[in-house]
Write a protein that binds this ligand. Structure first.
Ligand SMILES: NC(=O)c1ccc[n+]([C@@H]2O[C@H](COP(=O)([O-])OP(=O)(O)OC[C@H]3O[C@@H](n4cnc5c(N)ncnc54)[C@H](O)[C@@H]3O)[C@@H](O)[C@H]2O)c1
Ligand SMILES: N[C@@H](CCC=O)C(=O)O
Length: 544
């Protein structure tokens, strides 16, 4: 077998295709969409080498056409979670003993499959079942997922390369061991790339995984499992189970071999999980690694010197792309009173030109929100704002779930900086604006910092360097991803490692070496070449 100290290919961001009318990628995607819409699929669980069916079938629908059934998944119960844990533990020894370059090759191949032959399929699955338009699917399911895989291979090797000094006569080595036990990947509906990355990044570091995807993302999770299989991920390394979160969690969090959770989702669920792990801590063989990236109440803070048109564009894209269902979505903005009329006019003009509808029509910028529960929650915020004497709805405010879960991009103007929509994560196409006296810039920054428990993303707009520098310093702890003169969404792997603090997560920065480091437990190995043969220190000798 060849031996060598291998370099891995230098990672580059996957180019985003345009899907312009008539382009080959658009034609391929439209054909794939039509084909997938016309064919119902059944998604089994993947446990060890088996595709497990239970007959307990749950429908997967298009959010923008909720009577259209894309297929069904087989829901499992606690016994399937036990089986998945056993499969993960059974696959562990061979997987962790496999030389790292083979793990790298498998995931680099997965990236090439996603960027190549599976591109249209993963995008179409994400469009149909998660209601993303072609551009939003492309930047997520195809490009961000390929980027996660390729950059993580590079970061894995960077981690392995970090070695201690060695004094003469000894050799110190650090071995990055996978964690003892299995990892639980618990993933959200809104990014196919995140759903794929949470199990894949842990597996890349030599761990074996039990993965539970969100029910509304299982349709694209199946495509990810097909990619993992074709790329050569061995049986039992990534096991996908479907079922109720609490039922699955109950088995996982009571298991002695539970070694860590890689979570992305809401703050409430993560806090519940953290508490459960704390209560069970004596049951585990090791202290589990707890990594969770959670909710946000992301802001745009504007100084008087900012360009109003740039601010308005950041509001429209930052708040309404993918219907505001990004953890990073702008959902509160602080605008100087003197600038507001110009910003308002541009936002209204842009919103008037935005089309809302199904993903199959590529002219729609806005599609549906994910499901009825989410629709009702968002509609509740809008209804309360309509009834409140503290707010005015200046754009949107309509919703309709008769065919799909459609909510118009909605802009609320409030006089109360602590109104509920300034504080709480809505996770829908709703932004609230608070206007302030431009001379009270510092007070406004204090409000931004103290209004919500979250600290995920935020943006500051200013053409004045002093104001900018002051704002960046004042808001040091208000966001883990901070943007200057840009919208607070759209982080790119390898360029803007992503994660927030406070109630927004453990800030282990997805798409960086920091994250991968959490999935290994270093062992220091010291070897002495010529071992001592005398216990005495020189100073113990007799003075003459
Ligand atoms: N910070 C980030 O990087 C980031 C990225 C994407 C999404 N998010 C956040 O995710 C949320 C949206 O995603 P979601 O609606 O899928 O989140 P969610 O918390 O509802 O669900 C996440 C996962 O947890 C499971 N789950 C739910 N309740 C559970 C329980 N009691 N026990 C065990 N598992 C349970 C779900 O089935 C799903 O698989 C938003 O709050 C958003 O801000 C954060
Ligand atoms: N990384 C994405 C957000 C992921 C959360 O939903 C962004 O930067 O917009």
């Amino acid at each position: 077998m060849p031996k060598g100290v291998y370099n891995v290919p230098v990672a580059k961001n996957e180019p985003v295709l345009s899907y312009a009318p008539g382009s080959p990628e658009r034609i391929r995607l439209q054909d794939t969409l039509a084909e997938m819409r016309a064919t119902q699929v059944e998604v089994p669980m993947y446990i060890g080498g088996d595709e497990v069916t239970t007959g307990n079938l749950k429908p997967m629908v298009c959010p923008h056409d909720h009577q259209h059934i894309l297929g069904h998944f087989h829901e499992g119960d606690a016994s399937h979670v036990e089986d998945a844990i056993n499969a993960a533990l059974g696959a562990k020894r061979m997987w962790e003993d496999l030389a790292w370059e083979h793990r790298a090759a498998i995931f680099l191949k997965a990236a090439d499959l996603i960027a190549g032959p599976y591109r249209a399929k993963i995008n179409a699955a994400t469009m149909l079942a998660q209601s993303k338009n072609a551009f939003q699917a492309e930047i997520d399911a195809a490009c961000e997922f390929a980027d996660f895989l390729r950059f993580n291979v590079q970061y894995m090797v960077d981690i392995y390369k970090q070695q201690p000094e060695s004094a003469p006569g000894i050799w110190n080595k650090v071995e990055q061991r996978p964690l003892e036990g299995f990892i639980f990947a618990l993933t959200p509906f809104n990014f196919t790339a995140i759903a794929g990355n949470l199990p894949a990044s842990c597996a890349m570091m030599g761990n074996t995984i039990v993965w539970k995807a969100s029910n509304t993302q299982i349709y694209s999770a199946k495509v990810l499992m097909d990619v993992f299989k074709e790329a050569g991920v061995p049986d039992g390394v990534i096991n996908l189970v479907h079922g109720s979160g609490p039922v699955i969690g109950d088995v996982v969090f009571n298991h002695p071999d539970f070694a860590g959770i890689h979570f992305t989702g809401s703050t409430g669920v993560f806090q519940h999980i953290w508490k459960t792990i704390g209560e069970n801590i004596q049951k585990y063989k090791s202290y589990p690694r707890v990594v969770g990236e959670t909710g946000g109440k992301d802001f745009i803070a504007v100084h008087e010197s900012a360009n109003p048109i740039q601010v308005a564009t950041a509001i429209t894209r930052g708040a309404f792309e993918y219907q505001g269902q990004k953890c990073s979505a702008a959902s509160r903005a602080y605008i100087p009173k003197s600038m507001w009329s110009e910003v308002e006019a541009k936002v209204k003009e842009d919103l008037a030109s935005i089309k809302m509808g199904p993903v199959e029509d590529f002219t729609n910028f806005v599609n549906a929100v994910i499901d009825e529960r989410s629709f009702d929650k968002i509609a509740g915020y809008i209804d309360r704002a309509k009834a409140s004497d503290k707010c005015t709805i200046i754009a949107g405010g309509n919703y309709d779930k008769s065919v799909g879960y459609f909510v118009e991009p909605t802009v609320i103007l409030t006089e109360d900086p602590m109104y509920e929509t300034m504080q709480e994560e809505i996770f829908g196409p709703v932004i609230t604006i608070y206007t302030y006296e431009g001379s009270r810039y510092e007070e406004m920054l204090e409000l931004v910092d103290s209004t919500s428990p979250y600290a995920l993303t935020g943006a500051i707009f200013s053409q004045d360097r002093y104001a900018l520098e002051f704002g960046v310093r004042k808001l040091r702890n208000a966001a883990g991803n901070f943007y200057i003169n840009d919208k607070p969404t759209g982080a790119v792997v390898g360029q803007q490692p992503f994660g927030g603090a406070r109630a927004s997560g453990t800030n282990d920065k997805a798409g960086s070496a920091l994250n991968l480091q959490r999935w290994v437990s270093p062992r220091l190995i010291k070897e002495t070449f010529v071992s001592p043969t005398d216990y005495r220190y020189p100073f113990l000798g007799e003075d003459k």
